[in-house]
Design a protein around this ligand. Structure first.
Ligand SMILES: Nc1nc2c(ncn2[C@@H]2O[C@H](COP(=O)(O)OP(=O)(O)OP(=O)(O)O)[C@@H](O)[C@H]2O)c(=O)[nH]1
Ligand SMILES: [Mg+2]
Length: 446
């Protein structure tokens, strides 16, 4: 067991309860030095006790739970103290634990130990942080599935296929001269393609997962005075953006998080786009255009009560390469025809004031994001995506090397590389660098 560590696991500030957590060699003895419990301490039982400072003064009352390793989160002996959530109390408990021989834990160190002690693999350890930071239920579900080993269950069989292949090939290289090759060329190729396909469909979950994890960027764009800020306020349910009848009201963009049917979105209100001599407004227009670039979806807004003019069309032409939803606002004031045929896309008619058409607009937004139907129940992270890309590339290079008649002895290094990349995802292969990169992003006390 490793040196004892200690951390406050609950968020900073005041709360009903604050939890101090310890893990490692001799943590129960350390805690007994400052938390007084009557009778023997039994693992996994809640024991009432008193937090006593170095002068013997009672600072708080609370509950102690002892987890005997390896049947604990980290796999080591652990103690959790449930105290009152006052920062003064928690700081005192930390001090007393350190005085007793524990060291302050680094971010994610409890989970890192759980990984190093074989309680979970690396994808599961990463899932712990994803569970804590998930912004919506879809991302949360994916993280929980990952914690339960879903990602490893997909990656391990792919890796095992390559490992089996590798040992066949290495046996061939060592003893093969006089023997018939133990694997046929066609068989080899189809197996490689099968693994590549498996990796590719997993890679497909990345983009969609990014949507759910980070939030989809939705920029509201259009001419001045068409009601972009009004629509922004209606969709966010907040009176955040300034609305006036004067064209050119919004000068800088404003962002706000909003959930539509449980999906996290980042809504961006932008300055109305037009030619202007005002330097401040011109800067705003520039920013609007750069927000269009960043956006996953663009809500193109025009004033349907006034119809469409050449300026609307100029803006539309600039953005139509993006994922665009066309919104005719101010429908409460009537509709001025003829309406332009926006490349056959339908116009969603809304009123930011009366809320008419807003449910339809929300439906269209969700429809554009796509229904969450993937073959897999997990979304991979950027780290997984990079490693999977590298694995596919290595398999590809291996395949081409063989087909070009390069000797197996030389080609096989690429196959080994693919095996290693997949191993890095689940944590069969790690370095201190990889681990500190992952765990440094964790909360302290997790
Ligand atoms: N009747 C009606 N008026 C609206 C609607 N939406 C906005 N307006 C009015 O239109 C005017 C302009 O609204 P804003 O939301 O400030 O327009 P904007 O597109 O953000 O304008 P800029 O920031 O100047 O680009 C205001 O007087 C709003 O009250 C609507 O759906 N119906
Ligand atoms: Mg505005």
């Amino acid at each position: 067991m490793k040196e004892p560590i200690v951390a406050v696991s609950t968020p900073p500030g005041r709360g009903a309860i604050g939890i101090v957590r310890l893990s490692g060699q001799g943590v129960l003895d350390i805690v007994k030095g400052f938390f007084k419990v009557k009778g023997d301490i039994k693992p996994r039982y809640a024991h009432y006790g008193e937090l006593v400072d170095e002068r013997g003064e009672i600072i708080d009352e609370g509950i102690l739970i002892f987890y005997k390793g390896p049947a604990s989160y980290t796999g080591e002996d652990m103690v959790e103290l449930n105290l009152h959530g006052n920062p003064l109390i928690l700081k005192k408990a930390l001090e007393l634990a350190v005085r007793g021989g524990a060291r302050l834990a680094e971010p994610g160190e409890f989970t890192k130990r759980a990984f190093l002690n074989g309680k979970m693999d690396l994808t599961q350890a990463e899932a712990v942080e994803e569970i804590i930071s998930a912004k919506g239920y879809t991302a949360l579900r994916s993280a929980v599935n990952q914690l339960r080993g879903e990602l490893s269950r997909i990656i391990r069989p792919l890796r095992n296929k390559l490992v089996d292949l590798l040992s066949l090939i290495e046996a061939d290289i060592d003893f093969g001269e006089e023997d018939i090759p133990s694997i046929e060329h066609d068989e080899l190729m189809s197996l490689l393609i099968e693994v590549e396909d498996g990796i590719r469909s997993l890679l497909d979950t990345y983009e969609r997962g990014r949507f759910f994890k980070e939030g989809i960027k939705l920029a509201i764009v259009g001419k001045p005075n068409v009601g972009k800020s009004s629509l922004f306020n209606t969709l966010t349910g907040k009176d955040r953006s300034i609305v006036t009848g004067i064209p050119g009201t919004t000068r800088d963009y404003i962002e706000e998080d909003v959930y539509i049917k449980g999906i996290p979105l980042i809504l961006v209100d932008t300055a109305g786009i037009r030619d202007t001599k005002d330097p401040v407004e011109r800067e705003g227009v520039e920013r609007s255009l750069s927000k269009v670039e960043e956006a996953d979806i663009v809500l193109f807004v025009f004033d349907i009560s006034r119809g469409i003019d050449e300026y609307d069309m100029e803006i539309y032409e600039r953005i139509k390469g993006k994922n665009v939803i066309i919104v005719g606002n101010k429908v409460d004031l009537g509709i001025k025809r003829p309406l332009e045929n926006f490349d056959g896309k339908s116009i969603i008619m809304v009123s930011a004031i009366t809320r008419e058409g807003i449910p339809e607009l929300e439906k269209a937004i969700i429809g554009t994001v796509g229904v969450v139907e993937t073959e897999y129940k997990v979304f991979i992270s950027v780290r997984h995506s990079v490693l999977l890309e590298e694995a596919v590339e290595a398999i590809d290079t291996f395949r081409k090397a063989i087909e070009s008649g390069l000797g197996m002895e030389i080609a096989v290094v690429h196959l080994k590389e693919a095996v290693n990349k997949l191993g890095e995802i689940v944590g069969d292969i790690t370095t201190e660098d990889i681990l500190s990169n992952i765990f440094s992003k964790f909360c302290i006390g997790k």
